[in-house]
Design a protein around this ligand. Structure first.
Ligand SMILES: *Cc1c(COP(=O)(O)O)cnc(C)c1O
Length: 402
């Protein structure tokens, strides 16, 4: 029997040989189809978290598995010494779909944000008037590298791993006066998520984002929007910034872009692309033919299957039903988010971890944030009737806890 079919052994090795970082639930998945995952015992689960907004096309999407199979037979990796047509094509498509003129590919969200921070600083350096500070929001999340834990406006992510890296400042989210006060002549950029996904699905207000855009423009500093979680259709538009009627100067992407293969991207306008000269930045794996071919397939599927319409329709059905539940079950305190990135906040007497656990027992996967928020970020291809099954499971959990 191989370890893949032996859960007890896998669980044992996981505990013995993997760093104890994730505290995984005692379940291992063997395969998936659409919004469903099947564990090694043959049990079926509805995947309402989609690998944390990663499995945008669902599991074992036909087009994506075909791309992976075909591209892997031709060329998986090729170094940056040569032209990579898949990289060129994906960059072209992302630029056409967005405000951007230039695109850099890497392997993760944190790396995309690292590139954004470097580009902003490089821009002022090459202009001959260096500015170093990046202002980010409290309760933000920008990644786990030494740079991005310092960009992240949450002390708990950096405290054990100090010294703190200079060049970052934090302001209260959705408070324009706090930002006005912080900007000085060393400020290079403001970096924001439009929906703070990792700290409880907290959206920026429309007035705030418009005011931040104006403030950045009038001070000649860059606006970096971290769309690692919100990008590529997650919120019902290709990019979340489109909801706000603004354009960033730099945008970062990752999670949903590859439909499951690791890929990140940092995009900017031509003006700010001057922050990098040849050799200033790089990557071994970033922009490889396999991952870029997958990114192209994800974009093609979103367009040809009208996935954005599906996101908006299913989102509305979920939010309407959640609002009905909120009336029936006052333990539901708040429903937040956009598209298929939704946070459900519960009153203190009901812990999010408990709800997550009860849902898992019923065969539904969600994530719990802090003590009170359940986040859902299912594959963008989820149907209304599938989503309604989740809603009734949630209602059953709430009924049982009443
Ligand atoms: C997940 C996430 C990151 C980090 O992405 P990794 O791929 O884990 O490095 C950065 N920013 C936001 C908004 C995220 O949600």
């Amino acid at each position: 029997m191989s370890i893949e079919n032996d859960f007890i052994l896998a669980n044992d090795y996981e505990k013995k040989y993997c760093f104890n970082l994730f505290n995984p639930a005692e379940v291992a998945f063997e395969h998936g189809k659409g919004v469903y995952l099947y564990d090694t015992e043959g049990n079926k689960y509805m995947d309402m978290i989609g690998g944390i907004a990663v499995n945008s096309l669902g599991h074992s999407n036909k087009a994506l598995t075909k791309t992976i199979a075909e591209q892997s037979k031709k060329l998986i990796h090729c170094c940056n010494y040569y032209v990579i047509p898949q990289r060129a094509d994906l960059a072209y498509r992302l630029c056409k779909l967005s405000f951007a003129d230039k695109c850099f590919f890497c392997n993760s969200g944190a790396e995309a944000n690292e590139a954004a921070i470097k580009l902003a600083r490089g821009y002022f350096f090459y202009k001959g008037s260096p500015r170093r500070t990046i202002i980010t929001a409290k309760m933000s999340f920008h990644g786990r590298t030494l740079g991005t834990i310092n960009a992240t406006g949450q002390e708990k992510f950096r405290e054990p791993f100090g010294p703190a890296c200079p060049g970052f400042d934090y302001v209260e989210f959705n408070n324009i006066d706090a930002l006005k006060e912080k900007i000085d002549n060393n400020t290079a950029a403001v970096m924001l998520e439009l929906i703070q996904g990792e700290s409880g699905v907290n959206p920026a207000t429309a007035e705030y984002v418009k005011a931040v855009r104006q403030l950045c423009t009038s001070n000649g500093i860059l606006l970096i929007i971290d769309e690692v979680q919100t990008g590529i259709g997650r919120t019902g538009k290709m990019f979340c910034y489109e909801h706000y009627g603004i354009k960033p100067d730099i945008m970062t992407l990752a999670k949903g872009l590859g439909g499951g293969v690791p890929i990140g991207a940092m995009l900017s306008t031509n003006e700010f692309a001057t922050g990098f000269e040849v050799g200033d930045h790089g990557t071994t794996f970033g922009g490889n033919p396999l991952c870029c071919a997958c990114g192209i397939t994800v974009l093609e599927e979103i367009e040809s299957k009208n996935i954005l319409d599906n996101v908006n329709e299913v989102s509305k059905a979920i939010v309407d039903k959640l609002n009905e539940l909120k009336v029936k079950y006052p333990v539901i305190r708040d429903i937040r988010g956009k598209g298929l990135l939704i946070g459900i906040e519960f009153a203190e007497l009901l812990s999010a971890k408990e709800i997550k656990h009860s849902l898992l027992e019923k065969g539904f996967l969600v994530s719990a944030i802090g003590t009170s928020v359940i986040r859902i970020a299912p594959p963008l291809i989820i149907s209304k009737s599938e989503a309604m099954k989740f809603i009734s499971a949630l209602e059953n959990v709430l009924k049982a806890k009443k």
